[in-house]
Design a binder for this molecule. Sequence first.
Ligand code: UDX
Length: 447
Amino acid sequence: MAPKITVIGTGYLGATHAAAMAELGFEVLGVDISPEKVEMLSAGRVPMYEPGLEELLGRHVAGLEGSSGRLRFTTSYEEIAEFGDVHFVCVNTPQKHGEYAADMSYVDTAFEQLAPHLRRPCLVVGKSTVPVGSAARLADRLAELAPVGEDAELAWNPEFLREGFAVQDTLHPDRIVVGVTSERAEKQLREVYQTPVAEGSPFIVTDYPTAELVKASANSFLATKISFINAMAEVCEAADGDVVKLAEAIGHDERIGKKFLRAGIGFGGGCLPKDLRAFMARAGELGVDQALTFLREIDSINMRRRGQMVELTREALGGGSFLGKRVTVLGATFKPDSDDVRDSPALNVAGQIHLQGGQVTVYDPKGIENARRLFPTLGYAPTALDAARGADVVLHLTEWQEFRDLDPAALGQAVAERRILDGRNALDPELWREAGWTYRALGRPRA
Ligand code: UDX
């Protein structure tokens, strides 16, 4: 019989994983400590913007018209322990307040809540991003607390999904990595991932520490690629070179590759920055901090971009103070196709200019509500055109398709000065210049 699946924590990762598991044909029960979230998901609604997720939920949540009925949600750990053969732990591990290390309290609590109810053989699968060594510790804790003892096994199965592509990445992962200590665990996970494996997703079996490290090193590599090209942008700025051309040219080398070489105001979000820092903290604990010292530089190149965007704006406005200047910010989320504003470079730049006296008006296709909650003193507008009215300068800070589709001539009618600064190197400079705009971008020549 197909294993019954539970998902612990129904945030970004968990809600998507639960819906994807139902799509793959499994009976799924999700658990969350928040009754509001459970109520919302049970009605087929998603607490965040993620393309395709609401449709996927709609197809499977029990009680919805025309659904498969395979997906339900609850707040009871006892219920999921009775129900499940495979329990996926999908709670988050934010950065600890005032420290680089990851806050493991949600993961620890999930295990403490689940384990005492485990009375039948099962596999607990950690998907959360954790410091290396956590799985071994949690396996011991599981054996200690579960009434079924060693028949409650642990596996570690990191998640690589990208926001904005969460559904696609979960249903068609580019690789599946499982850290296991027994053949039984491996077999069970092969069964769970049978469909994507049959489609060609590589299935990589490792021990616990390697599985944990795969996630940390993949994110570090991606962050390094972005900061590398941003460092090149700094040099291009000083030498009057063009970082976009440079990225295109080096990207043709297959060993380098074209992806993740978009220079701009850098990376943000709920994953890359905090995972990088947690990795450094963990390396320090293991006595190999020197091995990851370079990540400090990756982090600081990245954070410097935000300040450089503020300075480019100041320069575009003729230098001096932002007092009385009207600044339009296009984009609030940390990346397009998401409503996530956690550690968003765009909002950070908007906030800095606002705090220095600029009159900042922000527009974002999906992120305004979240942005307003985080930064209530910024101005917000319902459309790009409204945001641009009377602007002395327009900043393009998150590369939504909607902004690439803007008509420079129409926007030009609304602003006071046709000045646009592209913080993502995603607009077509020619198009804007032809419509009479002064176009500038980080790492590119002026004219
Ligand atoms: C990332 C990883 O890609 C994913 O595998 C992991 O599971 C979680 O962290 P995500 O946070 O969704 O996913 O965003 P990603 O698409 O990686 O982008 C991160 C940031 O880098 C964004 O702010 C984006 O704008 C920026 N970025 C990306 C660049 O500045 N330049 C690039 O070339 C690519």
